[in-house]
Design a protein. Structure first.
Length: 565
């Protein structure tokens, strides 16, 4: 009979779980089961020699965490259980996931005498969990990526599971907001009987597909197509239903848009002042607008009976029309074409047509043609040609007249040039006579007026002397071009403003000017401001007196004489 210790060793050697026993501080190893060598690829003896050597086999990503855990003082929690999950790096390159647990061992007196533990290889379990997580993630991704709203309801129509598309259809904020709501609370009152009747069919294990109305969280009403299948457990109890919901709102809007587009096309076709036809590949007319009936004289019944577009064209143009139809069917580029159209009564009228193929599912099933009656255009073209010819004749006559007029003007121009030469000579003489008069006037002023003004200046008081000086300066400037030039360059200056300009140039202040002109200082100030504006210096930082003096110095006397002697 083996001893209990031998039995323990036999059991420990026969199981995959690693068992160990060590001193309370885990610095001395009492026992390690053989499964340690299979788990770590390291010998049990190496662990007996160095109880901490097992840490060398730990994955670097887990080592710091375990070392921090093992460095915790044992005296603080000498009897605490410890659990850890970490990875071992096997010498063969594989990674083993390990779940380890240790606990204290006490003698009958309650004294801590050892610490024991176990380690289990949970690699397969971890891989299974990872695969399950990946599978669930893939299922969730697939579940959320489908365009249809998918959900599961219980037997009372309460939503238990839903994907993002169903959340979007009901315009909820998240899946959590939609789960737990009753479908019957999200449909109009007139739809309740429909849904309950469908539920009864599902209880009888009948799947169904039907259209229904829903009301979203935002209060919008939508039409959806529901494809529902029942759910039962193994005992046959009805658990609810699986459902796929497709939002028909956009499709209905698109269908409505198509109907409205077709209606607009028909309305435009009837308003178009041209023949509009739709034909099959053989040329049989399938649609014609009212203008076509009026232009050709045929009735709708005659066209519905199988009238061909060939019959609407004069015999001389039919072969060319056949060729153009074949080109359309072959999808060759189409150009505008002119034909002679044939009415029911046999009369004809010219038309220009533009055609395009009708393509459905990549196949040409017919063509559309719009034809414009160009009778009026051709009549207008004839009239334009006649008018053009007449205009050319008029232009030729007018050109001849203009040529003659040009010759006459050239002769007059030469005569005028000769007259201008004579006129310039006369003007030169007039200018010379004017300059002579100016010189004579200036000479008389210098000989007669200036001496008198000099004696007046000596015999007058201070107040009168200023005006005598102003009179003397004005008489001196009679022969200068200052006032002439200023008046010529600024024709908007009044006589009074020219007078003030001359006083300002001579250095008179506003008060003095006001006294000389028997007016107020305010009036003179206003007139000075007006003068600055008319001279174009109101926005410039320049003294008016300085400006006028500079202008006076820059003027050359017209007579060539100095104004002051």
């Amino acid at each position: 009979m083996q001893s209990p210790l031998d039995c323990f060793r036999l059991i420990a050697a026969s199981i995959d779980e690693v068992l160990w026993l060590a001193s309370p501080d885990e610095k001395q190893l009492y026992y390690i089961s053989p499964a340690y060598e299979h788990l770590t690829g390291r010998s049990c003896q190496s662990l007996y020699d160095d109880p901490a050597s097992w840490m060398e086999a730990v994955h670097p990503g887990d080592r710091d965490r375990l070392e921090k855990s093992s460095r915790k003082p044992t005296e603080l929690r000498p009897d605490g259980d410890r659990t850890n999950e970490f990875r071992f790096l096997h010498p063969n390159g594989t990674i083993r996931w390990v779940w380890a647990r240790s606990r204290p061992v006490y003698d009958p007196q309650g004294k801590l005498i050892a610490r024991c533990g176990s380690a289990v290889d949970v690699t397969n379990r971890k891989r299974a969990i990872e695969k399950l997580s990946e599978s669930e993630a893939a299922y969730k991704q697939l579940f959320d990526s489908v365009m249809e709203g998918i959900g599961i309801v219980d037997e009372n129509e309460v939503i238990q599971v839903c994907n993002q598309a169903l959340v979007d259809i009901f315009e909820e904020d998240s899946e959590a907001d939609l789960v737990g709501k009753n479908l019957l609370d999200m449909i109009p009152a007139d739809q309740v009987d429909l849904v309950l009747s469908q539920t009864q069919q599902r209880r009888q294990n009948i799947a169904s597909q039907y259209e229904m109305q829903i009301i979203t969280k935002r209060g919008n009403q939508k039409t959806v197509l529901a494809s529902i299948a029942p759910r039962f457990n193994d005992r046959g109890d009805y658990l609810g239903a699986f459902g796929a919901i497709y939002d028909l709102t956009e499709r209905q809007q698109a269908e409505q848009a198509v109907r409205e587009s077709e209606l607009r096309f028909r309305e435009l076709a009837e308003l178009l002042p041209a023949v509009l036809l739709e034909c099959d590949v053989r040329g049989r007319i399938l649609f014609a607008n009212h203008f076509a009936f009026a232009a050709t004289g045929y009735t709708m019944a005659e066209m519905d009976a199988g009238l061909s577009v060939i019959e609407l064209i004069a015999a001389a143009d039919r072969e060319r029309l056949h060729q153009n139809i074949e080109s359309l069917i072959a999808r060759e580029p189409s150009q505008p074409s002119e034909y002679l159209a044939l009415r029911k009564d046999g009369t004809t009228f010219p038309v220009v047509t533009q055609s395009s193929p009708i393509i459905r599912a990549g196949q040409v099933i017919g063509f559309r043609t719009v034809a414009f009656d160009i009778t009026e255009q051709r009549r207008t073209a004839r009239e334009l040609r006649l008018a053009h010819d007449e205009l050319e004749q008029r232009v030729a006559r007018r050109t001849a007249e203009l040529t003659r007029a040009k010759d006459e003007l050239e002769a007059e121009r030469l005569a005028l040039r000769e007259k201008n030469v004579a006129l310039r000579e006369i003007l030169g003489l007039i200018e010379e006579e004017k300059n002579q008069i100016v010189r004579q006037v200036q000479s008389n002023i210098d000989r007669i007026a200036m001496p008198l003004l000099g004696r007046m200046l000596q015999n007058s008081d201070l107040h009168s002397q200023h005006f005598v000086k102003l009179l003397r300066d004005c008489l001196s400037d009679i022969g200068t071009p200052f006032l002439w030039s200023l008046a010529d360059d600024h024709t908007n200056l009044t006589q009074r403003e020219l007078e003030i300009c001359n006083m300002v140039k001579e250095g008179m202040l506003s008060k003095e000017i006001a006294a000389a002109l028997s007016t107020s200082v305010q009036t003179v100030s206003k007139q000075r401001a007006i003068i600055r504006k008319k001279l174009g210096i109101s926005a410039r930082k320049i003294n008016l007196a300085s400006y006028l003096k500079t202008r006076s110095r820059n003027c050359n006397p017209r007579s060539g004489l100095n104004s002051k002697t």
